[in-house]
Ligand binder design. Structure first.
Ligand code: TXA
Ligand code: MG
Length: 373
């Protein structure tokens, strides 16, 4: 497998087109401005013909295919190595496309659409019979999102189709927040990457099931429980989000049951007061290093200077959880670049903006949590 070097992807603005070996994955830099339409038009043409195009959204990069073409959607599963029972989100660029793919739009969904679309919110509806089974698996529901990123919007509009798009990573790896991450995982396996710079939010969209009453959060994201409740009142949350999935406790979003967001290193979360966490991680690091392991710490601006591990990476300041969310997946990927064996990660509040961060961290750690006292 030939990879596109990260540098090559970062410097694509003037190069316009780059071609990799294997399946000729083209990389275009685009900001979707009227003067910069070549990538959008080419991408839309590839999508209409059944090909795969990775594109930036405000959450993470998506891997798009024609959402009405079951064969094209099958290629997504092949490229990602994705289990076939994990359904896809359909991305739209105008509200009237929603009527083609869902059977009904409950009043609660209308309110949430008005408040949060376009933006980082996915809703689960009863599906119409136009949606192929390759998108939804055996489910009678379909996930729909209206992204706000200008490149995503322009591409979907130009294609004139709902676009099925999971995150554009190899299954199990942290989701991609830059074109270089997509190239690392999928170069040679997909037709094109549209490089629109870093994703703003860095964590995937909030998923809310609006086919049940009260609506239920199936995956926390940038649109918090509090924000949703301000618009529609009481909102539930799938209890399986916080536990290691078992046969009895299965998450309602099928993808949430899989090991996910994992760098190659073993990740452990360490919880407690700041001083206790630093002390505990330093003690564990000494033990691991004696055993010949290379140790990394996922820290914050406030704590990063207190650790004696091999590599300490800050995800941002605790005073700005949005910044931590935006950097989290990039930092997890960075540990792989320097061949770290064990990562100890600090924890964050399980509420508000911290909920999405803790959900992704728990999954990347396989729910391993060490208490520091
Ligand atoms: O921010 C995002 O949502 C990104 C960008 C590209 O839009 N997409 C994304 O897709 O995160 P993916 O495939 O990585 O995650 C979609 C999640 C999976 O956990 C899947 O099981 C769930 O949505 N899902 C899809 N359809 C569903 C349905 N009908 N009912 C319940 N969960 C569903
Ligand atoms: Mg994903």
């Amino acid at each position: 497998m030939t990879l596109v070097p990260a540098e090559a992807v970062k410097n694509t603005k003037s190069a316009a087109v780059q071609t990799c070996k294997q399946m000729n994955t083209m990389v275009y830099y685009t900001d979707a401005a009227a003067s910069d339409r070549e990538g959008i038009e080419k991408g839309a043409e590839i999508l209409r013909k059944g090909g795969l195009v990775a594109f930036p959204t405000e959450t993470v990069y998506g891997l798009g295919a024609n959402g009405f073409d079951g064969e094209a959607c099958k290629r997504i599963y092949e490229a990602k190595g994705r289990p076939s029972d994990n359904p896809l989100i359909l991305h739209i660029s105008q509200i009237n496309e929603l009527h083609l793919i869902v059977r009904e739009i409950p009043p609660v969904a209308k309110k949430l659409m008005d408040a949060f679309w376009p933006g980082p919110l996915t809703m689960i509806f009863l599906k119409s019979n136009k949606v192929p089974k390759e998108v939804t698996g055996e489910l009678d529901t379909v996930a729909v999102r209206f992204p706000s990123h200008p490149v995503a919007m322009a591409l979907i509009r130009e294609a004139g189709l709902p676009i099925a798009a999971p995150s554009a990573n190899t299954s199990g790896r942290p989701s991609p927040t830059r074109a270089a991450h997509v190239a690392h995982d999928l170069s040679g396996k997909i037709d094109m990457i549209l490089d629109g710079g870093s994703a703003e939010w860095g964590l995937e969209s909030t998923i809310v099931d609006v086919s049940v009453t009260p609506p239920m959060i199936l995956r926390p994201g940038a649109v918090t429980k509090e924000m949703l409740e301000q618009v529609v009142g009481n909102v539930g949350i799938d209890p399986a989000i916080w536990e290691k999935p078992t046969a009895e406790l299965r998450p309602k979003a099928p993808g949430m049951k899989y090991t996910h967001y994992s760098p190659k290193a073993e990740v452990y979360l360490v919880q407690g007061s700041r001083e206790a966490v630093t002390e505990k991680i330093n003690a564990l690091a000494v033990q691991d290093q004696r055993a010949g392991k290379k140790v990394g710490v996922l820290a914050t601006e406030e704590s990063k200077d207190g650790y004696n591990a091999d590599v300490v990476l800050s995800a941002g300041s605790r005073s700005c959880l949005e910044e931590i969310g935006a950097n989290l997946f990039r930092v997890l990927r960075q540990f792989d670049e320097v061949d770290i064996d064990v990562v100890y990660a600090e924890t964050f509040p399980f509420e508000g903006e911290g909920m999405a961060i803790m959900n992704r961290l728990q999954k990347s750690a396989g729910y391993r949590m060490i208490k520091a006292e």
